[in-house]
Each structure stands twice: as C-alpha cells, then as structure tokens.
Design a binder for this molecule. Sequence first.
Ligand code: GLA
Ligand code: ZN
Length: 688
Amino acid sequence: MTRRFPPLSPKCPHFLHGGDYNPDQWRHMPEILDEDVRLMKLSGCNAMSTAIFAWTALEPEEGRFEFGWLDNVMDKLADNDVYVVLATPSGARPAWMARKYPEVLRVGADRRRILYCVRHNHCYTSPLYRRKCAIINRKLAERYKDHPALILWHISNEYGGECHCELCQDAFRNWLKKKYDNDLDHLNRAWWTSFWSHTYTDWSQIESPAPHGEMHLHGLTLDWKRFVSDQTIDFYLNEIKPLREITPDIKITTNLMGTYLGIDLRKFAPHLDVVSWDSYPSWRAATKEDVELASSVAFHHDLNRSLRSGQPFMLMESTPSVTNWQLVPKLKRPGLHFLSSLQAVAHGSDTVQYFQWRKGQGSWEKFHGAVVDHCGHENTRVFRDVAQVGEALKKMDCIVGTTTPAEVALIFDWENAWAIHDACGPRREKKDYLPTCVSHHRAFWKRGIPVDVIGMDDDFSRYKMLIAPMLYMIRPGVADRIEAFVRAGGTLVATYLSGITDENDRCHLGGFPGPLRKVLGIWAEEIDALYDDDRNHVVMTPGNPLGLAGESEASIFCDLIHAETAQVAATYRDDFYAGRPALTRNCFGTGAAWYMASRNEEKFLQAFYDELAAHLKLGRALDTDLPEGVTAQMRTDGSRVFVFLMNFAQEERTIVLGKGKFRDLLADKELPGRVTLPCYGCFVLERG
Ligand code: GLA
Ligand code: ZN
C-alpha cells in the first residue's frame, strides 16, 4: 500500500530549504532586500521563516500598526518564488508594552518579577498579553491570508519556561480544583501530604514550587509541571484562534526543542498541524564523540517524527556553521553540513531550515552562524555548503511526504522523566533517563533498523517490539495495554527501575515492578546503587533463548529480582547477589517480556538487540553489516524505498550494499555493490 503524506503546503511540493529571516533588523538598509533575494536563489533556498521577533517593527506604539515594510518583503519574496513561514511575534514583546503593563513580564520561582529584557519570558496566563497576541495575530492573518508567499504559520518561538506570578498561582489552583473535583482531600491523598504534616486545609495554601519554598512534595512538583505544560499549550491555543478562523487552510507549527523537559511535547503535538524542531548538536570532529552524538540526534529526529505518528516533520532551525552560545563553537568540518542536514531528512524531515539567513550586525547573536556572513557575499565556504544542500534537495522531490516503516518502538515519556528526576533515590545522580533511552536506541541505529520514539499512551499494536527503558511511572491503563501487546505476540524489553510509581508518583504497593509484575514474571525485591567505579558482571546462562555467551559489565543500578514465571537468561557474577537473575524472559500469551535488571554496557545491549532483531526478522534499511560510525536510514511511500547511507566517522568506510539494486539519486547513476564513503560522506539511494 502506498502511503505518502501531503507536502507542507500545496503551493510548494518540494523540500523546504531556508531559514530564519529578520528583514526587520535591516529596514535602515532597504537595498539589502534585493541582495537577499539574489542570494536566496543562488543558495537554492525557497522558504524563509520571517518576522519571528518583529513585534516592535509591526506595532511601534500601542495600537499603531506598520505593515508596509513586511508587505514589501512578502511581495518581493513571492515575486521570486521564495515562500514565507510567517511568524507570530509573541516570543519577544515591545518595551512599551512591558513598561505600560508589567503583568506581561514573568515572575521567577523566587517570586521576583523580571525587568524588561531578552525574550521568551512572558507570563502565559496574563489576560492582557493574551489579548495583545490575539490582536496582532488577527491583523497578520487578515493582511496576509491570500498572500501568495504565505505557506505556513510559525507560532511564537521556542515556548518554554514558567511564570510564578499571582495570576499563574490562581490559574494553578483552579487547574488543581478541576483535576481533583474540588475535593482537597482527594488532592491530599494523591500528593501524600500527611508526610511532614503538609496537609492542605484550604486551596489558597497551595503555592507553586520555589527554591525558598516547597520542592520535595512530588505530587505538587509533578502537577506543577503538568500545569505549566497545559498553560503553555493553552496560551498557544489562544494565539492560533484567529489564524484558524481566518486562514483555515494554512498549516500551523511552532518550533519545539527536542526533548526539552519543560513542556510535555506529546500533549502539544496534537494541536500542531506539523511538528518542527530546532537542532544544535555540538559536533567534535572525533569519531567516538561524533558517532554517539549522531545517534543521539537520530533519536531526537525519530522522536519528532513519532510525535505525529510518522508524519514528516520540519527541521526548523540548525546552524549553517557555528552555534555561538555553545562553549566551544567549533566550525563544521567540510562535509558535515551536508551530512547533518541530510540526517534530518533521512529520519523524516521535509525541510532543512537554518538559524539564520543573514548575520545581524549587533547584539547577542552577531557571531552565530548564518548563510550570509558579515562580508555580505556568496564567496564563502559556508554559503557553498548551503548551496550544495539546496542542489541536493532539488533532486529529491520523490522523497517528500514519505515516512519510516518502524517495527520497533521505544518509550520516552515526559511525565516519567519528571518523576525520575524528582525521585530522591535509588541514586541521587546518574539516573540518566534520556541517555539510557538513547543508548538502547543506538543499538538499532548502528544496524540501520528504524525505530519510533513514542509515549506510554501511544498505540503499541503496530509494532513487533516495544522497548521501555526505566518505565518508573506507570499511569493507569498502561500495564493492561502492555500486557495485551505481549499477549498478542509482541516482544517487550523492560529494565531496572520500572513499575515503581503511579500517576501521582506514589509507589505501587504489593511488589515491584507493580502492574508489570505479571507480564514480566518477576518480583524486584531490592535495588543496589553502585558507586561510579563499582562494577558487577552479567553472565549469560548456558542454553539461554538468544544463544548468547560470555559476560559483560553492569554499573550504577542492579536490581535484585526473583524469577516468578520468567526464565533466567543471565545472572550476576559478583557480590552477595552473585548467581541471582540479571536478565529474564517471560513467555506470555504468544509473546515474550524481557527484564534487564542492571544497567549494562553497550556491548551487551548490542549483542542482545542483534539477536532479538534477527529472531524477530526486523526490517532494516540495508541487508548488510554496517561498519562503525555508519548508519543507514530509510523512508518509503510503501512502494519506493529510499536509503540514506551516512558516515559519521573521521575515516572513510567501505560498505557492501548487499542484495538488490541501488541507484544514487543525487548522481543519478546505478551504484556498484560496494561503495566507499569518505569522512562525513552521505549517499541517498533508491533501493530497487
Ligand atoms: C534558538 C532560537 C533562535 C536562535 C537560536 C540560536 O533556537 O529559536 O532564535 O536564538 O537558538 O542558536
Ligand atoms: Zn504569570
């Protein structure tokens, strides 16, 4: 069955290539617009995210709007076949507004209101700010609704942070009243407030977490994070209301920030028409570091693609050269810009967008990478790198709208991350939820096996295998759905520190892993925390179902478990728990549930997942073994298959392509069965 998603806009059935464009900073040099357009065409750029921080240019004083300069920009771009991803300006507000209406300014957890400064620091509750945003957004929509350049809305910029003002405190209390049916006893029980005599007797006693206030009541800290997330989304919904009304056919996105923990992005995604995100990895030009980093970036791309069930996402920002706020803004080595841009496409992006188009002359980001540098012309290495990406994207129209056929899903869940972060135990540091998820994902990335990164409330039934590292919090209904998945033939892999708490972060009673105990067939009695240098060892049991042998290192966490209905596949070698189970497999229905009791080294994860992948016959991009540093990712519409072969190592690598015919899409020629990729090399192939 062919399955292709529609392009981001019917006006432009191609990859979008471009970036953040701030002509509002250059109004005193009007001649620069023609030059920008010339350079856009030369670099193969066809889409600009425009006016992201232009509020003062659009409304220089309250109620007086100036759109002339933006009309001019939009017209000029349209005349030259450059499309506009038009922003709403709430990410930064005018000084006049902050002076006149201090309520728009955020109050920190320390209860101090900020002075007017920087950006991304408004109150999400302020009725005044919401009104001001709705007014200017309505004006933008009315003015540009039929403009040929407009293809997409870019709402605000990188929503994040929290406000603790009185308006927000009240909104929080109201949110709690709704959640707990106006029943304070219900809240007290959910939050376990009898601990340290913290029982609330009136709603007004509840305050948001503060460094000089409450930080230890996990029910409170968890609900506060949920509230901040919901309030941010509610603010966004207020922003988009006039746009939905006036431009119902123009898709809406906002630039998210990967695994940013301040907002539950899985709750945000259903309100977007397209997911987009900003990616700024710190490349090192060293094989080990870059390969690890590349796999982490891959994880984030997979997550963004999975936020809307495989629909292509947008790489909204990336740097064409340096990222000035990084401690060491290293130049991108030759080839790396092409590779890292195509990496996003390989995982499902239908765009390559940059921050920023032209380097500003002053202020904080004057040294941030840009397509057009201060020299102002096209004769730069960076410009040529960007033009090379533009050239390639033009040859890839056939990939637009395709998706990734993952048979494996890995759970990364925001609320779970919050609860693990708050927990005082079983170690204070090195809980490392995200890096642990990335390390499990890496085993598949190295083999070219596509993986979706989903939440615990998502549908599991479309996958053959479900990996749930450190599923500490189990919300109601999740365990039943996991059981149903395994019973129906699915393979589950769970680890130490799973099934510990409920949705209020209270421990499950009756033995860990709580509601997963039955499907996993084990009881986790205690968990040992290891000092950083401590090691235990995991020894494979002879005759284990994967046929694995030998031993490997375990560190940080070792669960002391009892196999109940599960079969033991490996045991601990050392310490007082030597000989006790370290890896188990429980046959359940027609599927199987594995439990990895300790944090294991990468060698173990790779061997374990390689065997499982072979048993389950998981599809991979290429039917071949990939050398260290090389990955292969695939996109398909169900009939045509496109493979991205990428080398993140510092040395060249030779790859035997395996069975089938391969066409190099960029060079438009058949490839031999064996190809060599230079350092940072990348091929885009069609698999015949
Ligand atoms: C973020 C912002 C941009 C810019 C870049 C710089 O992603 O959205 O406006 O500040 O960082 O890296
Ligand atoms: Zn506030």
